[in-house]
Structures are given as structure tokens and as C-alpha cells.
Design a protein around this ligand. Structure first.
Ligand code: HEM
Length: 226
């Protein structure tokens, strides 16, 4: 417990409302939306039409704009908040060799990985298909890339691993920030919840990747930037 507290020397250097805002947005809407997004993507098990209807199809253009604002604005704010915290980061793992500090370090390493993954993912799966190819991402394209383009497969496997860890372990930071975790018992319970959330997110993510990889064999090879 002491280790986690000593690992947050910066918390007093940021305005109170800013610290709380970045933390709040990480769960609502970002964490909730991440779970919904993975759930929707499980439609990959039901084939191209089901996936395209669930993931990329918006019955009304307003729905698409609303999602952009509700998700991307908080993502930008949380990213700015996170980068500011990364910049104020002083590792103390050698001084405090506790498990909590290792998880804290991993949380921040995962944040860098998640940032890189999200830039690639948003460009290749959202912006490039719509703006350059003139249509939403096609299931045949993403499934084929997952099957035939090794770097795509590796980036999705590692990127979703990072997201699963960052969100699940982030429950600690969130609980701490909002005073929800106090005492050894609640630390133990949060730890168990974090492990379960991590495993659920990972099974969902890798399940989607598996479904796409399998389906991809039935389509011609496709390069992400074609
Ligand atoms: C799917 C997108 C993301 C989700 C769901 C998410 C979720 C979370 C959660 C739940 C926390 C804990 C909040 C707290 O400590 O109060 C957190 C912390 C953090 N996030 Fe994110 N995050 C996402 C993307 C990013 C990105 C793109 C960055 C970019 C650098 C980032 C950087 C950080 C950092 C540095 C922390 C640790 C802050 C600290 O403990 O001082 N996150 N995130």
C-alpha cells in the first residue's frame, strides 16, 4: 500500500478537478465503451454481415457523430492527462521493490503501448477506409489482414493485451483516486476483480481476433493500406 502511495508524488502538482476529470473519463465513458466495443466485435463469430451491421453500420449519421464526440473527446482528454502524468514519472522500483510498484510501472508502459495501438487502429480501421477508400472498414478486409498480414495480427494481439491490462489494472488507480479503496481487504478484493476483468477483456479481444483470423482464410489477401 505504501508503495502505491509513494509512487504518486505528482498527484498534488495538478489541479484537483483535472486529476479527477482524467480519472473519471477513463471509466465513463472510455472503459464502458471499450467493453461494449469488444462485445460488438464478437459478432465476427457470426460472419461478415453480422459484424458489419453491428460494428460499422450506423442506422442514422447522427448516431455516428454522437459516438465520435462521446468517445473521442474523452479519449483526447484522458490521453492529454495520461501524457502529463507520464512526463512527471519517476520510477522508484529499486527503492520500493513492491508488487504494487511493478504494476504501476506496467500500467504506464501499457499506456504507451495503448497510445501507439490506438493511433494505428483508428487510422487503419476507421479513418483510412472511410476517407481514402470511401467506405467503412469491410469485414473481408480486416479478416484477411488478420490472416495473411503477420504485422496486423501481432499488433492486434499485443495492442489488445495492453488495453486489457491498462483498463483492468486502472481500476486500482480509479478506486484510489475516488477514495473507493481503503484498507487491506478492499485492496485484495480490487486485486481479484482486476484479474477477472483482465481475463474477461483478454478472452473477448483474442476471441474476436481468432474469429477474424479463421474467417480471413476465405478472402483474398488484403494489405491494410490498399
Ligand atoms: C481505451 C482507452 C483507454 C482506457 C479505457 C483507459 C483507462 C484507464 C484507467 C481506468 C486508468 C486509471 C485511472 C486512475 O488512475 O484514476 C488509466 C490510467 C492511465 N492512463 Fe489510460 N486508458 C486509455 C487510454 C490511454 C491512453 C491513450 C493513454 C496515453 C498515454 C493513457 C494513459 C494513462 C496513464 C499514464 C495512466 C496512469 C495515471 C496514473 O496512475 O498516474 N491511457 N487509464
Amino acid at each position: 500500500m505504501e508503495s502505491t502511495m509513494t509512487a504518486k508524488p505528482h498527484s498534488s502538482t495538478f489541479p484537483f478537478w483535472w486529476s479527477r476529470l482524467g480519472s473519471f473519463l477513463s471509466i465513463l465513458p472510455l472503459g464502458v465503451w471499450t467493453v461494449c466495443h469488444l462485445w460488438d466485435n464478437l459478432a465476427a463469430f457470426e460472419g461478415a454481415r453480422a459484424w458489419e451491421t453491428t460494428v460499422t453500420g450506423y442506422p442514422h449519421p447522427f448516431g455516428h457523430i454522437a459516438v465520435m464526440v462521446i468517445v473521442f473527446l474523452p479519449l483526447l482528454i484522458h490521453t492529454a492527462w495520461g501524457i502529463q502524468r507520464l512526463a512527471s514519472f519517476t520510477p522508484n522500483n529499486q527503492r520500493y521493490g513492491y508488487f504494487g510498484n511493478t504494476k504501476y510501472l506496467l500500467q504506464r508502459l501499457a499506456a504507451i503501448g495503448v497510445l501507439a495501438f490506438l493511433i494505428a487502429h483508428i487510422w487503419l480501421a476507421l479513418v483510412h477506409p472511410r476517407l481514402v477508400e470511401g467506405h467503412a472498414e469491410a469485414f473481408s478486409d480486416i479478416a484477411s489482414e488478420m490472416h495473411f498480414h503477420g504485422p496486423t495480427l501481432v499488433v492486434y494481439l499485443l495492442g489488445t493485451l495492453g488495453v486489457a491490462y491498462h483498463l483492468a489494472n486502472g481500476l486500482f488507480g480509479f478506486g484510489w483516486t475516488w477514495g473507493l479503496i481503503q484498507g487491506r481487504r478492499s485492496f485484495r478484493i480490487t486485486g481479484a476483480v482486476a484479474v477477472i476483468v483482465f481475463l474477461i477483456l483478454l478472452v473477448m479481444s483474442w476471441g474476436v481476433i481468432y474469429a477474424m483470423y479463421q474467417a480471413g482464410a476465405h478472402f483474398p489477401p488484403h494489405h491494410p493500406l490498399d
